[in-house]
Design a protein around this ligand. Structure first.
Ligand code: C2E
Ligand code: CA
Ligand code: CA
Ligand code: CA
Length: 279
């Protein structure tokens, strides 16, 4: 038995160690990244189907280590969530997005609402609503210029409690969107109780639509559901003309995706708003 145990250990230990070491080093580096201000936000424009124009953007975090390559969020957001560091990172994202929305408002003389992603742990913090209020106040931003994207799977974690949080946020005046709608856990039982403005259809329902027409009935049903609840419906991950045309004919309100624009640096996003034709 002992020998078998040793064999097991020999088999499993290196892999487990690798994971732990990798995790600890990411945690350590995340802490440093906050101190060294290595995070940046990119902005992916949202297009209004009716006008064909940009009517807002989603802020997406990137990690730019000194002298290294840009690190995408899927490589560090889950660790940040597990270690609790997401609370600090999330607060930074919120302040930075408010500052950007404020800056655009001053420079362009119109409102370009910015949406931020809120992670489950961040949303569940007791002082979350207060942190949103203070981020708005820090730059004197009208609340409707900030949108919070909260995933459907976050909301169902504690739907009863989170309905109250949503109402508090709604009272504050910020816009609310259910993100990644249709994936994983269903919030169907609570959907009508969530005081949200937008339903954001997950990319997986749109991706490869032309090659996979079986996706259409589901996509169509989600768009119809959102509309019948009186919500704005936005599709993400729209890459092709075909997908664009189909969503428009379904009555989808807004589009986000490579077909219209990739996520842009802060400067490139501002240029797009000033001179749409050159990007
Ligand atoms: P998400 O909220 O679903 O964001 C959309 C993701 O799809 C982004 O990936 C975006 O770059 C990508 N995308 C947009 N259009 C297209 C398209 O046409 N085709 C394809 N293939 N992809 C497209 P990104 O920036 O890598 O972010 C991944 C995820 O990381 C986000 O998914 C979100 O869950 C999370 N995330 C990003 N920024 C933050 C943040 O500041 N805070 C938190 N908590 N999570 C964030
Ligand atoms: Ca999102
Ligand atoms: Ca998504
Ligand atoms: Ca595709």
């Amino acid at each position: 038995a002992k020998r078998a145990g040793r064999n097991n250990l020999q088999f499993y230990t290196p892999a487990l160690n690798d994971i732990l070491i990798e995790r600890l080093s990411v945690e350590y580096r995340l802490r440093q990244a906050i101190e060294r201000k290595e995070f940046v936000l990119h902005y992916q424009p949202k297009m209004d189907f009716l006008t064909g124009k940009v009517n807002g953007a989603e802020a997406l975090i990137r990690w730019q280590p000194e002298g290294g390559e840009m690190i995408p969020p899927f490589k560090f957001i889950p660790v940040a969530e597990e270690t609790g560091m997401i609370e600090e990172i999330g607060a930074w994202v919120m302040r930075e997005a408010c500052a950007k929305a404020h800056e655009l408002r001053e420079r362009l003389g119109r409102d370009i609402p910015i949406a931020v992603n809120v992670s489950p742990r961040q949303f569940g913090q007791p002082h979350f609503v207060e942190s949103v209020r203070s981020a708005l106040a820090s730059v004197d931003l009208p609340p409707h210029c900030l949108e919070l994207e909260i995933t459907e799977s976050t909301l169902v974690l504690d739907a009863r409690k989170f309905v109250d949080t949503l109402h508090e946020l709604k009272a504050l005046g910020v816009c609310l969107a259910i993100d990644d709608f249709g994936t994983g856990y269903s919030s169907m039982a609570y959907l009508k109780d969530f005081p949200v403005d937008r339903l954001k259809i997950d990319r997986s329902f749109v991706d490869n639509l032309e090659q996979e027409p079986a996706k259409k009935p589901i996509l169509n049903a989600i768009v119809a559901l959102g509309r019948s609840l009186g919500l704005k419906v936005i599709a993400e991950g729209v890459e092709t003309r075909y997908e664009h045309d189909h969503l428009r004919s379904m009555g989808c309100d807004e589009l986000q995706g490579y077909f219209f624009s990739r996520p842009l640096t802060s400067e490139a996003f501002e240029r797009l708003l000033i001179e749409p034709a050159i990007v």
